[in-house]
Design a protein around this ligand. Structure first.
Ligand SMILES: [Zn+2]
Length: 172
């Protein structure tokens, strides 16, 4: 399913520094089977340092993804600003996979970055997404309190879809 655009073709790269850039938009997020992120706009700058048997990859992510606040469910453009590292070893020996180490055989010439790029974005998100700005989070709390108050006196009439979603969250 992965688009060719996210394949890093390193086979013909000379030793030394190289730069690549990627742009992650809705097409990228919807091409991957996942439910965490559907929309976003993230620029990725990759600085690659190649030596004979190693590639050192430094990624800088900058942009936003569409998420909803876990408290009030309003839509947010959650900022993404993070750095990630991958180390590629070119070797034909059997090796254990490590977290940021990828081992590729000497006959390989490209690396599909799709799942790595997605993981980087996903890892940039906190466990709990909240309206960040203090003014907004006050608004955020009020909205929820109001919804809870309405809920007490008026159980089944609340059919607002977001509120239904929120009820599910509170149940868990
Ligand atoms: Zn909120």
């Amino acid at each position: 399913m992965a688009s060719k655009d996210y394949h890093l073709v390193y086979g013909s790269l000379k030793e030394g520094l190289h730069e690549f850039s990627y742009h992650l938009t809705e097409d990228f997020f919807t091409s991957i089977e996942q439910e965490l992120i559907q929309k976003g706009d993230v620029h990725v700058l990759l600085k690659l340092d190649r030596s004979e048997r190693h590639l050192s990859l430094d990624f800088k992510l900058d942009g936003w993804v569409d998420k909803s606040c876990d408290t009030c469910l309003s839509q947010l453009q959650y900022p993404i600003d993070s750095l990630h590292h991958l180390h590629v070893k070119i070797s034909d020996k059997e090796m254990e996979d490590e977290a940021d180490l990828i081992v590729l055989g000497s006959g390989e010439y490209q690396l599909d970055l799709t799942s790595h790029l997605f993981d980087f974005v996903a890892l940039s998100l906190p466990m709990k997404i909240e309206c960040e700005d203090p003014m907004n989070s006050e608004e955020c709390d009020k909205t929820v309190l109001k919804m809870l108050a309405t809920e007490e006196g008026d159980n089944d009439k609340t059919t607002h879809p977001e509120w239904q979603k929120l009820k599910e969250i509170f149940k868990n």
